[in-house]
Ligand binder design. Structure first.
Ligand SMILES: Nc1ncnc2c1ncn2[C@@H]1O[C@H](COP(=O)(O)OP(=O)(O)O)[C@@H](O)[C@H]1O
Ligand SMILES: Cc1ncc(COP(=O)(O)O)c(C=O)c1O
Ligand SMILES: [Mg+2]
Length: 285
């Protein structure tokens, strides 16, 4: 059994952050230790929410608590996502350091959630800058969306070639692998949703259907990075983990669209998260 320390948001209603990633990872056979950076009534794209951020030092206190019962060396990976305050980022790095000290094989997947003002994804000021400056040197895997890759690269990405170059530049700064959870550029097939995964020696493009939602569901990125990490820990190579992620996330999006729902239908689609019926071949690029 693999164990993931997952440091992300918690929403009471619906699915984003840990509330989008923990159940799928468990459904994929991975044990998850959730640390909640915020506890909100609902995700921020509703435009209003109740709740608050966790005191930053609690991240260290909770990790120390696991070490104190002698279990931290069982941690195989740290996953971080939505943060509630810029101060939390340094504590995430501290948690990674402690986990690696307890288990030198442990990996760190950083989903650099930066927010998207136009879409209504609200992230506190200062978080973006910290993620750009500090996380590439610490993370083994980074999982940006298109906008986050542009911020990490410090330039616009207008083509697949641009995206590949940005991923390779990012790899030169630290991570061994970059998963672009959402790629968007002029000329992309209009009815397809694209993802990309890049290492120093390989690059795969993935396509899955784009569904015509009235309101775009939230938490897709968090689901994507969680599934990819769970499959990677289970022993998949990069291509296999990527193809499983494409298919599992597609199954959730298809179920959500078919149900006419705004929140991700993770429970309804749970069997397909574990064993998707459709398969999407990754394309070598
Ligand atoms: N198959 C799909 N069909 C339609 N929309 C999708 C599909 N998959 C994801 N999306 C939407 O694409 C957007 C991706 O969000 P973005 O912020 O770019 O990245 P991420 O969620 O990866 O952080 C979300 O609004 C999500 O609802
Ligand atoms: C509380 C919370 N967590 C996480 C996210 C990130 O969601 P996504 O996976 O769509 O990037 C959001 C986006 O609005 C959010 O409000
Ligand atoms: Mg995201």
């Amino acid at each position: 059994m693999k164990h993931v320390l997952s440091i992300q948001s918690h929403v009471v209603y619906g699915h984003a952050g840990n509330s989008a990633a923990v159940f799928p990872m468990r459904r994929l056979g991975v044990e998850v230790w959730p640390v909640n950076t915020v506890q909100f009534s609902n995700h921020t794209q509703y435009g209003r929410w109740a709740g608050q951020a966790l005191e930053s030092s609690q991240i260290t206190a909770l990790v120390d608590g696991i070490a104190a019962i002698g279990e931290l060396q069982r941690c195989d990976a740290v996953l971080s996502g939505y943060l509630g305050a810029p101060e939390q980022a340094a504590y995430v790095i501290e948690a990674v350091r402690k986990v690696r000290a307890a288990n030198p094989q442990a990996i760190y997947l950083c989903d650099p959630v930066m927010g998207h003002p136009e879409k209504g994804c609200v992230v506190q000021p200062g978080i973006q800058q910290y993620l750009v400056e500090h996380m590439p040197a610490v993370a083994d895997i980074m999982a940006p969306n298109h906008l986050e890759l542009e911020k990490l690269a410090g330039r616009d990405i207008d083509s697949l070639a641009d995206a590949l170059a940005a991923c390779r530049d990012l790899i030169a700064r630290g991570p061994k692998l970059v998963l672009v959870k959402h790629l968007d550029y002029a000329g992309k097939p209009v009815d397809q949703f694209e993802m990309l995964v890049v290492s120093a020696s390989e690059a795969w493009l993935g396509r899955r259907p784009l569904y015509p939602f009235d309101r775009q569901p939230v938490g897709v990125g968090d689901l994507t990075s969680g599934v990819f990490l769970a499959r990677t820990l289970s022993g998949d190579d990069v291509k296999t983990a990527f193809e499983h992620t494409l298919a599992a996330v597609d199954a959730v999006m298809a179920a959500t669209h078919a149900a006419g729902e705004y929140e991700l239908q993770l429970v309804a689609a749970q069997d397909e998260i574990a064993r998707p019926q459709r398969h999407f071949d990754a394309i070598a690029v």
